[in-house]
Ligand binder design. Structure first.
Ligand code: NDP
Length: 282
């Protein structure tokens, strides 16, 4: 029987790269589904990004992820952008299409997929805490998934105003900006509250977004983008208030599921990937 010693190659370019668990969850999915594919986690400095992308082209990689600090800089080295990556202005996944490398953004799509297990964004009123890279991806994809109204709540006015304008100008949703300079009361009628800030990320696990917790109501859905720890103090407080919750591990897993689909065409099992991350006890 003929052997095939040549796996299809994918991977990640980031700095730092050593703490990024994506390789473990993606290769678990490849193994589980019998895919003759590999995912190579690469430490790439900003000055070397162009050479790394050229290397991926030369070695016929099927695609790769980009993480900090390359999500914006990589665009200059690509041949095209998918619509949502163009609106967000950042790329976390690159796929080969013939000879071309196309930039995609699966962060926000992964968030929406995870959220849809609990609620459909269609027609919903959303409070989005944060206006950084993760919030841009989540805000744009929530809008493209049909959210009616998005209130961006952010500490720095410039980033918050920019994101609200971006959503209003480039998507069917309406968005406004609220300056976050004290305890924020969630407006009545809000359906979904999202923490897309870095507040609560390990090791600062006791930190919580500064909101008026009595304004979280039974029936609201509360989501957190923080993947580590999966059950943040914010989500625990929301559960105590009777809210349904979606965690950042779901976002992380599903952005990977969508990237693997773009590369391989295969729908992999998110549960295998989630369990791999849970077992690693990050
Ligand atoms: P950025 O640095 O781009 O943005 C950070 C955001 O958090 C800004 O809006 C910032 O506000 C806000 N913020 C930080 N500290 C505070 C504070 N003390 N009070 C109020 N606001 C604060 O980071 P990213 O957007 O790239 O990442 C944010 C988080 O999202 C990370 O923790 C990361 O773990 C998570 N993430 C999760 C993913 C997943 O798959 N689960 C994928 C990508 C990211 P300001 O503008 O005022 O500075």
């Amino acid at each position: 029987m003929a052997h095939d010693f040549l796996p299809r190659l994918t991977g990640s370019f980031a700095q730092p790269a050593a703490e990024n668990p994506t390789v473990a969850m993606v290769e678990a999915a490849y193994r589980h589904h019998g895919l003759h594919w590999r995912y190579i986690n690469c430490e790439v400095a900003p000055d070397d990004l162009g050479a790394a992308v050229q290397g991926a082209r030369a070695m016929n990689w099927a695609g790769f992820n980009c993480s900090i600090p390359h999500k914006v800089a990589v665009i200059a080295h690509l041949d095209g952008l998918a619509d949502s990556a163009r609106i967000i202005g950042a790329v976390n996944t690159v796929r080969r299409q013939g000879d071309k490398l196309i930039g995609e953004n699966t962060d926000g799509k992964g968030f929406v997929t995870a959220l849809q297990r609990i609620t459909d964004p269609q027609g919903k009123r959303v409070v989005l805490l944060g206006a950084g890279g993760a919030a841009r991806a989540v805000g744009v994809e929530m809008a493209l998934a049909g959210a009616a109204q998005i209130t961006v709540v952010n500490r720095s006015a410039q980033r918050g105003e920019d994101l609200a304008r971006l959503i209003t100008d480039q998507t069917p949703a309406r968005a406004d900006y609220h300056r976050w300079n004290g305890t924020y009361a969630i407006p009545e009628g809000t359906d979904i509250v999202i923490n897309a800030t870095s507040i609560g990320l390990f090791p600062n696990v006791d930190d919580m977004p500064d909101i008026e917790f009595s304004t979280l109501q039974d029936g609201m859905v509360v989501a957190d983008g923080i993947p580590n720890p999966p059950l943040t103090k914010f989500l625990r407080a929301a559960q105590q208030a009777g809210c349904q919750t979606a965690d950042g591990l779901g976002m992380l897993v599903n952005q990977g599921v969508i990237a693997i689909k773009l590369w391989t065409g295969v729908d992999v099992d998110p549960q295998i990937m989630r369990q791999t991350l849970v077992d690693l006890d990050l």
